[in-house]
Design a protein around this ligand. Structure first.
Ligand SMILES: NC(=O)c1ccc[n+]([C@@H]2O[C@H](COP(=O)([O-])OP(=O)(O)OC[C@H]3O[C@@H](n4cnc5c(N)ncnc54)[C@H](OP(=O)(O)O)[C@@H]3O)[C@@H](O)[C@H]2O)c1
Length: 241
């Protein structure tokens, strides 16, 4: 039977590339998003992938959203926790709002979303949970205490959940992208990118969203059934762990 994949933040950037790659591989795909209706509608009309709007930082909204996805497509077999935001600033100037928004969207969402689907995966004895963390969760980043903390949390979440579910046919893995050419990175000033970021990347270029999507596709498949609790680094050689 065709497996169902749900990609949070699946209408733009890395998530859009993941949604498209999963669809091209034959999965039934749903993409969620937060509020950018025009980007979501454009994505839907170009790809034919259904889109669903809710805030992944809200547990209740996730419960309701996943219910709608499952009513339309069937039980979720593959969950890609991709939605994420940045609210950068030096810690000594960081507001509680900046902290909470980033922690709740990038880390709280893993609880809010995964909790909705894990019991079904356990019952059906198959599941794939793939979390999108970041290089900055591995090494830390100036101005990103909130983001680095959340993304490091994603890695711990992955390992513990992988342990709890390894016997049940469910794998849980995390991908740590480096700098990928999406709107999130295009928002970084060009001189910062050219002078402070590119020189640190041995491959001497930004990564492409499709390069992350290909790794997700592999981890989602049956061939990756023995890979669980892994942290996959995809960063052009910028940080080796
Ligand atoms: N780009 C990079 O270089 C890079 C590097 C390392 C890690 N990452 C991680 O990769 C993931 C995707 O990044 P990206 O660059 O592709 O981001 P992006 O282009 O900004 O797209 C973010 C997506 O997440 C959705 N989203 C944001 N907040 C949400 C919320 N509260 N509820 C539901 N959906 C929400 C957005 O929805 P709307 O369209 O409605 O806003 C959008 O679809 C993030 O977790 C990010 O931290 C990115």
């Amino acid at each position: 039977m065709t497996r169902v994949a749900l990609v949070t933040g699946g209408t733009r950037g890395i998530g859009a590339a993941i949604s498209k790659a999963l669809k091209a591989a034959g999965y039934k795909v749903a993409a969620s998003y937060a509020g950018n209706d025009s980007a979501a509608e454009k994505f839907k009309s170009e790809t034919g992938i259904p889109v669903f709007k809710w805030d992944v930082s809200s547990f209740d909204a996730c419960a309701e959203g996943v219910k709608k996805v499952e009513a339309e497509l069937g039980p979720v077999d593959i969950l890609i926790n991709n939605a994420g935001i940045t609210r950068d600033g030096a810690f000594h100037k960081m507001t509680l709002e900046q902290w909470n928004a980033v922690i709740n969207t990038n880390l709280g969402s893993l609880f809010n979303m995964t909790r909705q689907v894990i019991e079904g995966m356990r019952t059906r004895k198959f599941g794939r949970v793939i979390n999108i963390s970041s290089i900055n969760g591995q090494k830390g980043q100036f101005g990103q205490v909130n983001y680095s903390a959340a993304k490091a949390g994603d890695i711990g979440f992955t390992k513990a959940l992988a342990l709890e579910n390894a016997r049940g046919g469910i794998t849980v893995n995390v991908i740590c992208p480096g700098y990928i050419n999406t709107e999130m990175v295009q928002a970084v000033p060009k001189d910062v990118l050219d002078k402070a970021i590119l020189p640190l990347i041995p491959c001497n270029r930004l990564g492409e969203a499709e390069e992350i999507a290909r790794a997700v596709l592999f981890l989602a498949g049956d061939d990756a059934g023995y890979i669980t609790g892994s942290t996959l680094t995809i960063n052009g050689g910028q940080y080796m762990v």
